[in-house]
Design a protein around this ligand. Structure first.
Ligand SMILES: *Cc1c(COP(=O)(O)O)cnc(C)c1O
Length: 464
């Protein structure tokens, strides 16, 4: 399968090149040239498959010309064997036709494990084949960092450097990163804020000379392989509640639009999905685009659902590419304008977006209320991101006879503040993490200075 850039200029690449490249050379994002199609009968025949076997069916067409079946199967099996629930992605019923899809049974208790556990293995595999090494550099305000580190800790051909703002991530989140003592894992606590961390990573990607010939790779959700891995659980969830012979709807707590874009792809590949609901917090650019054709950057607001605190959703470009009939030049122009000012989509394009997605924005107060109400009604404890998804699902549901599945993107123990604000007891760490607070930490506190950080990275990378 070939992959093409949303900006139309970069060369088409195969899966392995896209995996290692991250961003396209024209500044665009890679998408498959064509999508695999599955018939209803074929999807129905997957009912009852274990998660890893289903993942193999869905992922195989995207990578088949680069990875032989047996190797792909092994990587997928290893990835999901590391999850702490036998069903990997179980669904729980909250009410009549109301479900949550628990995506927090991976090693770091958030859905990002689904993609990053596989991504680390895929990258290592490609690098081994080529006899190359890659350096991963990423910035995190919490979740992505720990999931990326967990995904790469066993990789023999990668070093990973994760920057987090010193003293500005929760203790659980910090410890999930800094207690991984593998030789190829480096945590940098930057004396600055999250934006400083991100800027530092951006500047390093722009000029990689400090690495003396080594190259940087990306693990954020611009990497196509992450989206690909996330398509699988839309199929597994639909099958679990009666699909594909009946339609299902999904509500997705959304930040960078990676997770919900995977749902959109599942639908394009043949899964009967009725509604896709974009659930945002007060950082609501996507809700404003979908409901009012207002694509303008707002101020960044810090909320009780920090993993969705974004001003711009980078993966939305992948959707716009389809909505603009894959006209790369049009996307290039639109994104250039958007960099400078607020933009509106052409009327007919916006209609397409509105036909595909519903949306709803939820503030902190309502988030706490939903956590409290759902707990009172069902005894089930939602994390704040998931609570936003449940609220949006209830507000946007257009057909009570269709199962509505909210993606539970994190375990509530990761975000105790809103749970306590809702008047509930703070949840306990699951068994595999109970000694987290006793484990040894390794972290380097560095000044907010590009040369200092790059010097640290260059002197710690492993070379062949
Ligand atoms: C990353 C994250 C999200 C947002 O996912 P996107 O793919 O960026 O839209 C939602 N909830 C949690 C807990 C996350 O970690």
């Amino acid at each position: 399968m070939k992959y093409i850039s949303t900006r139309g200029q970069a060369p088409a690449l195969n899966f392995e090149d896209v995996l290692l490249a991250g961003l396209a050379s024209d500044g665009g994002l890679y998408v498959p040239e064509t999508l695999p199609q599955f018939s209803t009968e074929e999807i129905a025949s997957w009912a009852g498959l274990p998660y890893n076997e289903l993942a193999f069916k869905v992922i195989k067409p995207f990578v088949a010309d680069c990875i032989v079946d047996a190797d792909l199967k092994q990587m997928i099996d290893d990835t999901y064997a590391g999850f702490n629930h036998i069903a990997v992605a179980p669904v729980q019923q909250l009410g009549t036709n109301e479900w949550v899809l628990e995506l927090f049974h991976g090693p770091t208790l958030a859905f990002k494990d689904f993609a990053l556990q596989l991504l680390g293995r895929l990258m290592d595999y490609a690098l081994a084949k080529r006899g190359e090494r890659l350096v991963i550099m990423g910035a995190t305000s919490g979740d992505t960092g720990s999931a990326a580190i967990e995904g790469c800790r066993h990789s023999e051909h990668l070093d990973i450097f994760i920057l987090h703002p010193h003293n500005r991530v929760s203790e659980v989140q910090r410890r999930q990163m800094t207690t991984i003592l593998a030789d190829n894992v480096f945590n940098i606590a930057l004396e600055g804020n999250f934006d400083d961390c991100q800027q530092m990573v951006k500047d390093s990607f722009a000029d990689q000379g400090f690495l003396n010939g080594l190259k940087l790779g990306a693990v954020n959700s611009i990497n196509w392989a992450r989206i690909m891995a996330q398509i699988v659980y839309y199929f597994s969830a639909a099958l679990a509640v009666g699909g594909p012979h009946r339609e299902v709807s999904f509500s997705v707590p959304t930040g960078n639009f990676g997770d919900i874009f995977a749902g959109y792809l599942a639908k394009q590949m043949g899964l009967p999905i009725k509604q896709l609901v974009v659930a945002t917090n007060r950082n609501d650019i996507l809700h404003r685009v979908i409901s009012g054709n207002d694509m303008s950057k707002g101020e960044l607001k810090h909320t009780l659902s920090p993993s969705m605190d974004i001003m711009v959703s980078s993966n939305f470009e992948r959707l716009l590419f389809d909505v603009y009939d894959r006209d790369g030049a049009a996307i290039d122009q639109l994104m250039a304008r958007f960099k400078a000012e607020a933009v509106q989509l052409d009327g007919a394009r916006w209609d397409k977006v509105r036909a595909l997605f519903d949306s709803y924005a939820v503030d902190d107060e309502t988030t706490c209320e939903v956590i409290k109400d759902v707990h009172a009604q069902t005894g089930y404890l939602l994390d704040p991101h998931t609570a936003i998804g449940v609220k949006a699902a209830r507000e946007c549901n257009r057909d009570a006879s269709v199962p509505m599945i909210t993606l539970a993107t994190a375990h509530p123990v990761k975000f105790p503040e809103p749970v306590v604000k809702a008047g509930l007891e703070s949840p306990q760490l699951p068994a595999h993490l109970t000694d987290l607070f006793e484990r040894e930490e390794r972290v380097e506190v560095l000044a907010n200075d590009l040369a200092t950080v790059q010097q640290f990275v260059a002197s710690h990378v492993h070379r062949n």
